[in-house]
Design a protein around this ligand. Structure first.
Ligand SMILES: [Zn+2]
Length: 300
């Protein structure tokens, strides 16, 4: 990391817990040991949210055009830190007057985002499917599904889609109120079965919030939390949508809301993060610019 602000060295404990590696380390000098520790296996991913890219003048505190420059800074950091994958937590674009113009916003911002890393995950935000249909957004970014899961290095990751009205109709073409975010019955059933089927610790990615009951919350988030909690496998939920740093711990799960990239003018108002997970489930969130840092030890 070029930004030397890790409160602890990621990977150190994992490395020291491994008897074979400790034996090897005994024959290394201090600088070799440090290098070996840095290379010790731990999972790393990059996170950005609420980019709202659009080629239009600022609206209030949202500087749509500046997102490209801010994303370039995040990209440079990610090139150095080499995450295993990157996640975009929703609202990648902002509204345009037509479908074609909005697709062009998406092409422009995704050209830069997709250059960062070949393993990418896109969470749908309300602004992603305001004018566009879900299949149009997903088709453009090359992702098959709006909700799904994947495994990486001993951990299980779940991507949720809360862009459904309370009657179950998917968001598209301005057919919804942004405050009416829901996870429909079929997705809840899928989530329950998906968590049942894994023996790994789980991280969840969502756009709309699962931890609050105001306008930024998923309306049926109590039902979602119940499924997450009863699995006893979920370590943390990373979410966006309300554009501010926030953290709630509910039922032993960290609900961490990430700062929005679009907010404020100038590079100093940027926000993005690198997250390291040790094999024991300890999480280190290294936040840049306006994004807060967190360190959560896995409780036994
Ligand atoms: Zn947003």
């Amino acid at each position: 990391m070029s930004k030397d602000k890790h409160p602890t060295q990621p990977g150190r404990r994992a490395f020291l817990k491994n008897g074979a590696l400790v034996l090897t380390a005994a024959s290394l000098n201090p600088s070799q040991l440090l290098h070996a520790e840095e290379n010790a296996k731990r999972l790393r991913f990059g996170l950005v949210t609420d980019l709202h890219y659009a080629d239009k003048p600022p609206g209030g505190s949202r500087h749509y055009r500046e997102t490209l420059h801010k994303l370039e800074e995040a990209s440079n950091q990610f090139q150095q830190d080499q995450p295993d994958f990157i996640v975009e937590l929703g609202d990648l674009i902002d509204a345009a007057s037509s479908v074609d113009v909005e697709l062009n916003y998406l092409k422009t911002v995704n050209r830069e985002f997709s250059a960062i890393c070949k393993n990418r995950h896109y969470v749908l935000g309300n602004h992603c499917v305001d004018t566009l249909k879900k299949e149009e957004f997903l088709g453009e970014v090359g992702q098959e599904k709006s909700y799904y899961s994947f495994d990486r290095d001993g951990f299980h990751f779940v991507v949720l889609d809360s862009c459904f009205r309370s009657d179950g109709v998917p968001y598209a073409r301005k057919n919804f109120q942004w405050t009416d975010a829901n996870i429909p019955a079929a997705e809840l059933e899928w989530l329950k079965a998906d968590l049942n089927a894994t023996d790994k610790q789980v991280i969840v990615f969502a756009h709309q919030r699962l931890d609050v009951n105001n306008n930024h919350g998923v309306k049926n988030n109590a039902a979602v939390r119940k499924i997450l909690e009863s699995s006893s496998k979920v370590l943390a939920v990373f979410q966006g949508h309300s554009h501010q740093n926030d953290l709630n711990e509910i039922g032993g799960i960290h609900y961490c809301t990430m700062v929005a990239m679009v907010e404020g003018s100038g590079t100093e108002s940027n926000g993005y993060s690198i997250i390291d997970i040790e094999p024991n489930g300890t999480i280190h969130l290294n936040g840049f610019r306006n994004q807060k840092d967190y360190n959560w030890a896995r409780q036994a």
